[in-house]
Design a protein around this ligand. Sequence first.
Ligand SMILES: Nc1nc2c(ncn2[C@@H]2O[C@H](COP(=O)(O)OP(=O)(O)OP(=O)(O)O)[C@@H](O)[C@H]2O)c(=O)[nH]1
Ligand SMILES: [Mg+2]
Ligand SMILES: [Zn+2]
Length: 345
Amino acid sequence: MSKRKLSRQQRWRIEKVQAERARRADRRDSRDGEKLAAGEYGPEQGGRVIAHFGRTLDVRPDQDGETVRCHLRANLEGLVTGDRVIWRAAHDASDGVVVARGERDNVLERPDARGQLKPVAANIDQILIVFAVEPAPHANLIDRYLVAAEATGIAPVLVLNKVDLLPAHGGELRDLLGRYEGLGYPVVTTTIEREGGLSALHARLAGRTSVFVGQSGVGKSSLIDRLLPDEELRIGALSKDTRKGTHTTTTARLYALPSPASGETSEGELIDSPGIREFGLGHLDEEQVTEGFIEFRDFLGHCRFRDCRHRHEPGCALLAAVERGDIHPERFASYRRILESLGEA
Ligand SMILES: Nc1nc2c(ncn2[C@@H]2O[C@H](COP(=O)(O)OP(=O)(O)OP(=O)(O)O)[C@@H](O)[C@H]2O)c(=O)[nH]1
Ligand SMILES: [Mg+2]
Ligand SMILES: [Zn+2]
């Protein structure tokens, strides 16, 4: 697709807007600087980013206390939900300023519509890949998430939601699930429509930070809403015409999962994230994609040619494994589709 050409006038207008934004940010930073210098902020303390909105963040203090809306120092870019930060609270408690980012254990990233890599959430223990009976999943999207999870080294769990809508025999979706279970991925089924419909999921959340990802409308926010009696999340009905989600959640947000016993101490953390249309993998190379298909690993390095690219080469161990049924043809087709989308086909 060719890039849309901007007229000179449009470009001029955009530059003017950007210059004005930079000027405003400078003014804000110098205001923050003045406030800092004037001692209007208290001592440095630890916190966690709960949500981010462009130039401001919600930070939860490590010590008890309410979430505080914080500004950023000019040199701090790319903070994301789940980040550990050092921040200072204003003496009048109106706001705060984040002064540094802590070390990250890991970060889940994905390219935006323009192909630029954007962090989704940091310091995560597991990725819950949510899909649903409706809107129906396409396996390629699940494979994309799995490849991304394997590349970041964060453990994935597949969650099939809305099983109340599943026909009695389960049909194709049961087959699909079975395929992933056979690969060794944990799979749980859920529904918010039945008593106890979340117990299998709940059992996997204790003591961990879990990020919920998946297409719009599969029920990520509904599940979290149900798991947290004290929170009310925004939930959106599917579009009447297309039966797809309507992109209700707009920013990733972290919630504490209370322990059922005390209701006070946090038993885990849940991060809701905005639904996506396409999970681009443009940030990965061919080798990372290949290794993201975990059942290929047994066969890699066994092709006749060392530089085999597993297309039509004689003596290709992957193609032979597909032939024998050791690699599912759908997974192999999915692999090829991903490489095609990266322009590596
Ligand atoms: N039948 C049924 N409907 C469900 C279930 N879970 C969620 N829904 C419905 O699915 C629709 C979408 O739910 P959301 O929780 O907003 O979906 P989401 O994944 O957060 O969507 P985005 O924020 O747009 O990414 C709502 O109409 C929910 O009521 C379920 O277990 N069964
Ligand atoms: Mg949502
Ligand atoms: Zn090969």
